[in-house]
Design a protein around this ligand. Structure first.
Ligand SMILES: *Cc1c(COP(=O)(O)O)cnc(C)c1O
Length: 572
């Protein structure tokens, strides 16, 4: 294949971006949550900035899953039904990888992301569901985060090893950097080493090989949650990967009889980063003595701005799509016009909520949004710690409505229980506070919810929230956050200017987090500051809304983030 860009060879991709999930369109089910959405936003901003990039992921014919919730809030999962060729273009190239000694044939599908100036970043989805493969191998690319650790390791062989081979087969021969978006892609380093051995017909990896691969690779780690770091028993690794010269290099390859994807990437990358300042710090602690920088995540502004907000920016900040920094001029938007655009986004959200859930949401009532993966550390039920206090607050200070969404991983019983508990609170509070839980959280729902809520709530257990991005989507739409100081909010919160903090900054490691105190801080802030401001000082609330868009929209975007990757990681 020739250059993917009309401009010719000068723009042949130099950066290959590898991610287990990529969120490109809401109904293209190749993502599960924040990691995939970030990958999609990264690629969109690379296209806007004309960064010569190509991206690689897996095709999930059954998706992550379609979430159904029964009346009691019990989650069941279904395979996503979708048509690949409604979204993607099939390619003829085939590559082969060896898994457990069997050759597995891999094909790919192409999706083009077009930037604001027309520049293309192609994305390739690898697919093993082809007739020449044995049944179990055909299923290897069916489910995102499905199956056991054997299934996952096989998928990672396809992503890392077949991914590099596919890029070569597609003719991308000018790639200078390989960016591993999380450790799932670490096996690409093995293929880069193998290429060097093959080129000189050698069988042993030399220090020069390690140095060469090291200088080509970039690694972004995304979570302090231990389960988020893939590790495989060495026996399983030998079974799946077969005889590989890397097993002779335990220092690079393994730690404590395990193939540890995070350490593999750490050992073979010239640049490593966490996804917010605090997360960089936490990661340096977890992985001492590795040098770990931080580049704070962002969101793609044009993707996440609601239509009424886009129209407002178009009127007052021409060129904001090309120059995201210019969102600082949101401070010039007349407050009344921001209010009207926001109310329109809120009306749009309520149409959906009321139609699907018969919730009777009221436009005049302060509406709290909370949507993210239902995982225990995210503490979605912290708001319901003391139902009487919440009921009392809504009765005395001003009415509240709450809209929830989020999927629990199919095997995360704790996460499922969390959803069920929210349904129980919803039932207990139904005479006093309207609460809705929307099923099957996806990008469209996120767009609608982050723009249409009046207040975005986040209550994770610090320091587990590496960054968080839904609060950034809310901010650019003029929706302030009320959040625990963790992840991006440590950087984004200016108290009473861009939103509000719950509790104090987590200080020393020894201070274990107290659920009761965090809930108390949350109620205090709602009762004393946020709810009175909303109902009794609307122009004060609007000032916070404008500052959320201006100060946080102009910074927490993937355009700024991509520029930092270019300067610090890609071209240095
Ligand atoms: C933005 C987004 C997320 C990430 O939200 P966090 O605040 O980082 O948890 C997850 N899922 C979907 C569908 C999203 O659009």
């Amino acid at each position: 294949m020739a250059s993917p860009n009309a401009a010719g060879a000068a723009t042949a991709p130099k950066i290959a971006y590898f991610s287990m999930e990529i969120g490109l369109e809401s109904s293209l089910p190749t993502y599960s949550g924040g990691l995939g959405v970030l990958a999609g936003d990264t690629i969109r901003s690379a296209a806007d900035l004309k960064v010569p990039m190509v991206a690689v992921s897996l095709l999930y014919r059954k998706g992550y899953f379609y979430q159904r919730l029964d009346a009691a809030g019990r989650q069941t999962e279904e395979a996503v039904e979708w048509n690949v060729d409604d979204f993607l273009l099939s390619r003829d190239e085939r590559v082969t990888v060896t898994i457990e000694g069997r050759p597995v044939s891999v094909r790919c599908w192409r999706y083009d992301v077009r930037g604001a100036g027309g520049f293309l970043v192609p994305v390739f989805f690898l697919d093993t569901d082809i007739p020449e493969n044995a049944e179990p191998d055909r299923r290897l690319t069916h489910y995102l985060y499905g199956g056991d650790s054997h299934y996952r390791l096989c998928q990672e062989v396809i992503l890392g090893v077949a991914g590099v081979r596919m890029l070569r087969a597609l003719g991308f021969d000018q790639i200078e950097r390989f960016h591993m978006n999380e450790g799932h892609a670490s096996l690409l380093t093995l293929e880069l080493l193998a290429e060097r051995l093959q080129a000189d017909q050698r069988t042993q990896i030399s220090p020069a090989d390690i140095d060469a691969v090291h200088s080509q690779c970039v690694f972004t780690t995304h979570t302090p949650v231990v389960a988020g770091h893939d590790k495989f028993p060495v026996d399983l690794a030998r079974q799946v990967l077969g005889d590989s010269p890397v097993f002779a290099l335990p220092k690079v390859f393994c730690c404590d009889d395990q193939l540890n994807m995070t350490y593999l990437a750490l050992n073979l990358s010239h640049y490593v980063n966490g996804v917010a300042k605090k997360h960089g710090e936490v990661s340096r602690h977890m992985f001492a003595p590795y040098l770990i920088d931080s580049i704070t995540n962002g969101v793609h502004l044009a993707t996440w701005a609601s239509e009424p907000i886009q129209a407002l920016f178009d009127r007052y900040i021409p060129g904001w799509r090309q120059d995201n920094f210019s969102l600082r001029y949101a401070l010039n938007i007349p407050p009344q016009e921001l209010w009207e655009a926001h109310q329109q986004a809120k009306r749009h959200l309520f149409q959906q909520v009321n139609r699907e859930n018969n919730s009777g949401m009221d436009l005049d009532v302060l509406t709290v949004g909370f949507a993210r993966r239902a995982a225990a550390y995210k503490r979605a039920d912290l708001l319901f710690f003391d139902l009487d206090r919440l009921r009392n607050l809504a009765g005395r200070i001003g009415p509240l409505q709450i809209i929830y969404a989020g999927k629990a991983h199919p095997r995360d019983e704790g996460g499922k229980e969390l959803i069920h508990r929210i349904f129980q609170a919803k039932e207990a509070l139904k005479a006093d506070i309207r609460i809705a839980y929307l099923a099957n959280y996806d990008m469209d729902l996120s767009r609608c919810l982050t723009a249409g809520a009046d207040l975005w709530l986040n209550t994770p257990e610090p320091p587990m929230e590496a960054s968080g991005t839904s609060g950034m989507k809310a901010a650019l739409n003029g929706v302030p956050s009320l959040s625990i100081l963790d992840g991006w909010w440590i950087e984004g919160c200016i108290e009473n200017v861009t939103g509000w903090a719950i509790g104090a900054l987590p200080d020393a490691q020894d201070r274990s987090r107290d659920r009761q105190r965090d809930a108390g801080d949350l109620y205090d802030k709602l009762e004393q500051v946020v709810v009175p401001l909303y109902y009794q000082n609307r122009s004060g609330y609007l000032e916070i809304m404008r500052h959320a868009a201006a100060l946080n929209g102009s910074f927490f975007n993937t355009q700024r983030m991509m520029q930092q990757y270019v300067l610090r990681a890609y071209f240095r």
